[in-house]
Design a protein around this ligand. Sequence first.
Ligand SMILES: *Cc1c(COP(=O)(O)O)cnc(C)c1O
Length: 362
Amino acid sequence: MLMSRIYNFSAGPAMIPESVLERAAAEMADYKGTGMSVMEMSHRSKAYIAVFESVENKLRKVMDIPATHKILFLQGGATLQFAAIPMNLMGGNGSADYAVTGLFSQKAHAEAQKYGAARLAASGKQSNFTSIPSKQSLDLDPRASYFHYCHNNTVFGTRWDYLPVTGDVPLVCDMSSSILSEPVDVSKYGVIYAGAQKNMGPAGLTVVIVREDLAGRALPCTPSVLDYAAQIKNESMINTPATYGVYLLGLVLDWVESQGGLGAMKKIAEQKAALVYDMIDDSDLYRSQVEPHCRSMTNVTFNLGNIELDELFVKQAAGRGMTTLKGHRATGGIRASLYNAMPLDGVRKLVEFMKEFQFNNT
Ligand SMILES: *Cc1c(COP(=O)(O)O)cnc(C)c1O
């Protein structure tokens, strides 16, 4: 590791593999003999179209995306998709089902209410979002246009440990903070979307994977850049896409493949998360509020029982080269985000520090 690099436990924008940054740096000023940076290329140029298409093919390969589904490289973050999804998919009967299991799914639900009847099909609010509603408790409308949920709740540190079964109602899933961390059966989904800045690359790129037969029913007020059918037709280039972000996603995907693909990513994610959860479970100082069966593999949340200790922990960890461990303002406490690019050594170092801090403060 470069001497100046630190372990950044940020929930996003988050770490990017060091080898990816080095390759991007090496190709920065002159991309493969073109005499220019990818950033400087016309998005309509031959050189750039080759980059764009190869990244799309790589994502299709790494995620095993079937031909029934189109890949869109858009802008506006996952948050703009909170609006794009109802605009594109609610046209049928004007209603959709939402599971609210954290901060972002709550925002998605609120946004959708502007465009139609966004029903609350499940809520984790009663448990303060420390658990995921059970299969039996989902209140599903068989005529809903779609069922929306957030696979991994970045803020609270929970994740769905089962796939919701909704019959013919398409599953729409916010995978911003878990995409590329494990294999996914894409054929089971109507739409998967993710902001890139957690596990795919830099902020500014939003990946949307949409079952093609669901596109083409957008509400008349839908802006063209948000209209899936229009973006499919224009191959994500109604206007200038996040050109450099797409290129960087390509480098990240090469790295994921070099590590053994999504199966390998899942193994290492489980190993990293287990190190921290075992430490928490064996400790009287560290407490996890999350129900064990729905613990997140990518965002581990815990606290030390009082705010002063939480703050001291964050401060001393930063002094050891482990930063951005402060929990989200909605939860307080500590959050260690362990996305793909966080090395195993970074997690080992964190756990060692947790042991030492416990020894010194109990
Ligand atoms: C970060 C995050 C978002 C918000 O993403 P933006 O790209 O900032 O809009 C939405 N959902 C989840 C699950 C996230 O982790």
